[in-house]
Design a protein around this ligand. Structure first.
Ligand code: 2BA
Length: 110
């Protein structure tokens, strides 16, 4: 069995969960925050049988889209890091999805 940790955009989360459930995948949703944008995103935990890993990845890829967001990034003024008012808006491409796939030693329900 594998554990997929999938970080997706909030905009895609609901449709993705619906699709996963319709295809008999079990899923747990966590409300998370990205370290770079400091904006909300969604992390899903999916325990999947090895033979269904590709199916899960294909489904996630189909539903999750990359989007461009503006981020305020502090920049240096004369070699000194400037905050707040001097933050530069930059375009950042986010997603579709960031996946971590881990091997599961044990899957136990008590
Ligand atoms: P955030 O950390 O808010 O990052 C949002 C997007 O900002 C990233 O999209 C990436 O395009 C950009 N970005 C992140 N760090 C950057 C940096 N140091 N310099 C310039 N641009 C940067 P994604 O790569 O699609 O990541 C989406 C979200 O997935 C991330 O949100 C974070 O929550 C998670 N994530 C991505 N890679 C990760 C990793 N290696 N470990 C843990 N979480 C990760």
């Amino acid at each position: 069995m594998k554990l997929i940790i999938a970080i997706v955009q909030d905009e895609d989360a609901s449709r993705l969960i619906t699709n996963l459930m319709e295809n008999r995948f079990s899923v747990t949703k966590l409300a998370t925050t990205g370290g770079f944008l400091r904006a909300g995103n969604t992390t899903l935990l999916l325990g999947v049988e090895d033979e269904r890993l590709d199916e899960a990845k294909t489904l996630i890829e189909k539903v999750c889209h990359s989007r461009t967001q503006m981020a305020a990034v502090p920049h240096d003024v004369g070699g000194v890091a400037a905050g707040g008012f001097n933050a530069m808006p930059v375009e950042v491409k986010v997603g579709g999805a960031t996946l971590f796939v881990l091997s599961v030693d044990q899957f136990i329900k008590l």
